[in-house]
Design a protein around this ligand. Structure first.
Ligand code: 0X9
Ligand code: ZN
Ligand code: ZN
Length: 422
């Protein structure tokens, strides 16, 4: 009894220490700023560049979402007014969203993986172990290598038979985009357990390669220290800022056309050289080793409800752009038929968002010759942004499954699921 109390007291102290070093976002607000042209979009992006007081949540055609330190509120209001850019509050207190997200632990606990909350990396790893143990005939472990901080990066392959076309899913490369790994793990479970005839076909007639959390270090850091962390955790020589944007670190038109930053303090810092981040190198090496087996490459991100085709580094459309758009449309149309009526927009990254070079889906498309390659930006469009309430996880997963069913069907119809290997 006494020792139990001691353990409890110790636990309380540990929890206090853990929460003490947590970055807080009390009264931080997120503003939706309407921009009339690329120049105005750039002005807002530049405000955020290298700044601790401003953080870019989303930047797209006509609309930028910017998180602001309460101390810089007046400054931002004056700044946007002087440039005649209308301003709306999207999130009035970021910390309240974070608190709500963390208290709604629902009925299940960490051992009962139920997609009613967001789980830490350790729980996701246990989930993968359980799946591997339960379905040894059709699942196998994928080894993506080791993160900067020495964590294993894990994935899972689901294969019911020989001779399937392959679908690769990269997820949670950006640490704070928690809905991506929640969806990836749900999808793994669904492919193995669903009794729906269409899902069974989807599962059994394709090989699935799924990496639920690629940026493991960043993900742990976003859980334990800073909910809004995006980058990797590798220190940068000669700088006090940590990490690179892993989705600017692929060796494909790296750092071209202003699509990434050379400033280590920026959220889109491209790294010291392509593949400087071991997580990115690990994924690239693995995909390269099986590229003949991959017909579709998907990178899960949040948020904005976009399906982004190549390219991010140029506005020139890729050669099979019409097909890429037709397949994206199939996903978007299918999702819209569900009761949630979630609407996905599609187009190239450079058109819909901004220039982004060295991104995963461009690399898969251009360097690995995977002809169907997308970045999918999940829910929502800005009400909660990265801090999507846990209650939306399952509805969002349904959206994704409906979208994938349609995407794969369309891909097949257009001849993209032909085997590239013998
Ligand atoms: O900027 C990104 O890396 C992605 N958006 S996010 O808000 N999740 O950070 C978009 C990447 C688009 N892909 C290409 N540039 N090809
Ligand atoms: Zn180039
Ligand atoms: Zn992202």
């Amino acid at each position: 009894m006494k020792s139990q109390l001691l353990v409890l007291a110790l636990l309380a102290i540990l929890m206090a220490i853990a929460s003490a070093k947590k970055v807080r976002y009390d009264n931080y607000k997120v503003f939706k700023i309407r921009t009339q042209n690329l120049e105005q979009q750039k002005w807002i992006e530049n405000l955020a560049s290298g700044s601790k007081n401003f953080n870019l949540w989303h930047s797209g055609k006509g609309e930028v979402h910017l998180m602001v330190n309460p101390q810089k509120l007046i400054f931002l209001q004056n700044y946007t007014r002087s440039f005649n850019m209308p301003l709306d509050v999207m999130v009035s207190n970021v910390q309240s969203l974070i608190d709500a997200e963390q208290t709604s632990k629902a009925a299940d606990d960490l051992n009962d993986f139920g997609w009613t909350r967001y789980y830490p990396l350790s729980a996701i790893e246990t989930f993968l172990d359980d799946i591997l143990a339960k379905y040894p005939e059709v699942t196998s472990h994928i080894d993506i290598g080791t993160s900067f901080e020495g964590r294993k990066i894990r994935g899972i392959k689901i294969s019911y038979k020989e001779g399937n076309p392959g679908i690769f899913i990269e997820s949670n490369i950006h640490a704070r985009e928690w809905i991506t790994s929640a969806t990836a793990t749900w999808l793994i479970n669904e492919l193995l357990t669903s009794e729906d005839a269409n899902v069974r076909k989807l599962a059994e007639n394709h090989d699935w390669y799924i990496v639920p959390v690629l940026n493991v270090d960043g993900f742990v850091y976003s859980h334990e220290t800073d909910r809004m962390w995006r980058k990797t955790r590798q220190p940068v020589e000669g700088s006090n800022c940590i990490g690179a944007d892993a989705n600017r670190n692929y060796n494909s038109h790296w750092l071209e056309s202003g699509g990434a930053s050379t400033n280590p303090c920026d959220e889109t810092y491209g790294g010291a050289q392509p593949f400087s981040e071991s997580e990115v190198k690990g994924l690239a090496d693995y995909v390269t080793s099986i590229k003949e087996r991959i017909n579709i490459f998907l990178a899960f991100h949040s948020y904005s409800q976009f399906l982004l085709t190549p390219y991010g580094w140029t506005k020139d459309p890729p050669t099979n752009f019409e097909d890429l758009m037709a397949v994206a449309k199939a996903y978007s149309d299918a999702v819209l038929t569900l009761p949630y009526k979630t609407s996905y927009t599609y187009g190239t990254t450079a058109d819909l968002l901004y220039f982004a070079s060295g991104a995963a889906n461009d690399w898969a498309y251009s360097e690995q010759d995977i002809q169907l390659s997308y970045t999918i930006e999940f829910r929502d469009t800005g009400r909660y942004g990265f801090i999507l309430p846990p209650i939306q996880i399952l509805p969002h997963c349904e959206d994704t499954l409906a979208g994938l069913l349609a995407l794969v069907e369309k891909a097949d119809e257009l001849g993209y699921l032909q085997l590239k290997y013998t």
